[in-house]
Design a protein around this ligand. Structure first.
Ligand SMILES: NC(=O)c1ccc[n+]([C@@H]2O[C@H](COP(=O)([O-])OP(=O)(O)OC[C@H]3O[C@@H](n4cnc5c(N)ncnc54)[C@H](O)[C@@H]3O)[C@@H](O)[C@H]2O)c1
Length: 343
């Protein structure tokens, strides 16, 4: 049995990592830690985890683990992941990889030094639709991919728990929080071309107001100092471009997530997945008649454990994630300067 520890016993640990590990036959969560005294102990009791700690350093020193999940807010990803890698453990770290690309590069370097897996929790890559579309793109069904659209817009969905709305603890707002999923997903489908320049803008039009309806609950408007919407345009070395849009709050009809890629032999949009092609002098739309109904968080943990066992290379290549973080950093920088950022 692989011995797993969890660092940070909040929402994503409860709702994604615990169900993910519990679905496995050859892994068990044997320890959990959290900086808030008593929080890990309560979590351990709830899930029947044998041991709980109030510090990750103590957990790493006392336990004999194979791997950890890092489920802390973004500011703690870098230090906890590097400490675990230096202790010889494999790491599944929640998204975004870190506060910025400098931290991200240090984490990836630590993983290479330790020769351990560092997988980032970008679970959108693990849906059946994404896996099928990527296979089709690799097989050349869409030809040369020259354009992508990465959209994740919420009408009202400002997180009201945790520290999501504080820049010094999260690195940013909607853009880094949910923009990271759609950007990573789209860049991966496009084959991860190297980004060379970014033009972007971020906005904070709702977060500081007390008169905004938010079905996700009340947040602290006085502490809110991040973006509630971010947009960007990315140019890649191969000539392709990508348009990125992410919001926690926007005056649109409804929540709207869509990934679109255009190629010379076909285009695709998801979700749901639809392919647009020309066949035999006809315009055709192709939709899958059957796709397995997988749970992407569970798939990502199954894949992580396969990497831990040395059965396959990590599908979420860390260098690709550093490129994603570099683009996010550049959108923030471009928004501040008002100019395109050349990478
Ligand atoms: N993959 C997804 O779809 C998804 C969804 C939600 C959140 N997340 C990510 O998960 C992370 C956590 O989000 P959350 O919603 O669970 O937040 P949360 O606030 O509910 O939980 C975070 C927990 O980490 C603890 N913590 C903080 N610093 C720590 C440290 N140094 N050591 C140990 N514990 C520490 C906090 O006390 C808290 O209990 C964030 O990076 C977020 O971006 C990912």
């Amino acid at each position: 049995m692989l011995q797993i520890g969890i660092i940070g016993s909040g929402s994503i640990a409860r709702n994604a990592h615990m169900p993910g590990y519990r679905a496995q036959k050859d892994a068990e969560v044997v320890a959990v830690c959290d900086v808030v005294p008593g929080r890990a102990a309560a979590f351990a009791q709830e899930f029947g985890i044998p041991r709980a700690y109030d510090s990750y350093q103590e957990m790493l020193a006392k336990e004999s683990l194979d791997a950890v999940s890092v489920c802390t807010p973004n500011f703690a990803h870098h230090d906890t992941a590097i400490a675990a890698l230096n202790a010889g453990l494999h790491v599944l770290c929640e998204k975004p990889i870190a506060m910025n690309a400098t931290e991200a590069r240090e984490m990836v370097a630590a993983a290479h030094r330790a020769n351990k897996t560092l997988q980032i929790g970008l679970h959108w890559r693990f849906t059946s639709e994404a896996q099928l579309l990527r296979r089709m793109i690799v097989a050349g069904e869409l030809g040369e991919i020259y354009y992508g659209e990465a959209t994740c817009l919420r009408r009202r969905g400002i997180p009201s728990w945790g520290v999501f709305t504080q820049k010094e603890l999260q690195g940013g707002g909607a853009l880094i929080d949910i923009g990271v999923h759609t950007l990573d997903h789209t860049m991966w489908l496009m084959g991860n071309p190297r980004p060379v320049s970014v033009l972007g803008a971020t906005y904070c039009k709702f977060g500081k107001r007390n008169d905004v309806v938010n079905p996700w609950g009340k947040w602290d408007t006085a502490k809110f100092n991040v973006d509630d919407m971010g947009i960007g345009m990315v140019r890649f070395e191969n000539g392709a471009t990508l348009v990125l849009r992410a919001s926690w709050a926007a005056n649109i009809e409804k929540e709207f997530s869509e990934t679109r890629v255009l190629g010379t032999e076909g285009g695709a949009s998801m979700q749901p997945l639809k392919i647009y092609k020309e066949m035999h002098q006809t315009l055709v739309d192709i939709t899958p008649a059957y796709l397995p109904g997988v749970k992407p968080h569970i798939e990502e943990i199954t894949h992580f454990l396969a990497c831990v066992r040395g059965e396959c290379p990590c599908l979420v290549v860390p260098e690709q994630v550093v490129d994603v973080q570099t683009v996010l950093d550049a959108v923030y920088q471009s928004s501040e300067t008002g100019h395109e950022v050349v990478l």
